[in-house]
Design a protein around this ligand. Structure first.
Ligand SMILES: CC(C)(COP(=O)(O)OP(=O)(O)OC[C@H]1O[C@@H](n2cnc3c(N)ncnc32)[C@H](O)[C@@H]1OP(=O)(O)O)[C@@H](O)C(=O)NCCC(=O)NCCS
Length: 190
């Protein structure tokens, strides 16, 4: 569990692997967050059929509810393909943005990438997506290229961003209680 301090709020959050029963909620979130969302089939394929894919969710910790009933605040699908970490799809519920959830999801992907011997991380982002670009830049990604008119709905360039070498951003360090299948998230680094 990690505690995020965002503005005046304190958010207790679990980051853990998504499970197939979360698919419907993830589809709804995807549709709310993107103008050209991945389909249910695409998301399901990542969740259940792609050996390179990892799919994390951020859940708000609510002691009065069972884990399966927790609200999904955000998710992150990424691939670890040998030496390369590819960030594929990250989104945070609109009402929960700017509280560190997106950063925690991306940092956890970086941690898992390092753990699995990935040496660089790459991603594509819409040129107009200031929030996402700023998030990646803050974590140490730099722009290394542009793919003209890569996106549709609306048509737009993709910026290619990279972190090479891949390192744990900032003061990301092991903590005692992370539940992502290994180590750890450090609350104070968020
Ligand atoms: C991009 C996204 C995942 C960020 O999630 P988030 O939980 O709000 O991000 P965080 O709170 O962790 O923000 C981390 C940093 O990112 C940057 N950032 C986030 N939102 C921002 C915004 N609206 N404007 C400018 N910078 C922003 C800031 O540098 C921020 O650090 P700070 O709060 O200390 O200034 C979220 O806006 C989202 O889901 N957008 C829609 C889907 C999307 O575009 N996904 C990315 C596809 S490439």
């Amino acid at each position: 569990m990690i505690a995020l301090r965002g503005g005046r709020t304190m958010l207790d959050l679990h980051i853990l692997p998504a499970t197939p029963d979360m698919l419907s909620e993830i589809v709804l979130l995807e549709e709310a967050c993107f103008s050209a969302p991945w389909t249910r089939k695409m998301l399901e394929a990542e969740l259940t059929g792609n050996p390179f894919a990892h799919f994390l969710v951020a859940l708000r910790q609510d002691p009065s509810r069972k884990e399966a009933e927790s609200e999904i605040l955000g998710y992150h699908c990424f691939w670890i393909v040998f030496e390369e970490l590819r960030l594929m799809n990250v989104a945070v519920r609109g009402s929960m943005r700017r509280q560190g959830v997106g950063r925690a999801l991306v940092m956890e992907a970086c941690r898992l990438g390092v753990e699995q011997a990935a040496t660089r991380a790459i991603l594509e982002v819409r040129a107009s997506n200031e929030a996402a670009r700023s998030l990646y830049t803050q974590l140490g990604f730099v722009q290394v290229g542009k793919r003209p008119q890569y996106y549709t709905h609306p048509t737009e360039d993709a910026l290619l961003m990279e972190m090479n070498p891949l390192v744990l951003p900032g003061s990301w360090q092991p903590d005692r209680t992370c539940r992502t299948g290994g180590a750890p998230l450090l609350p104070d680094s968020l």
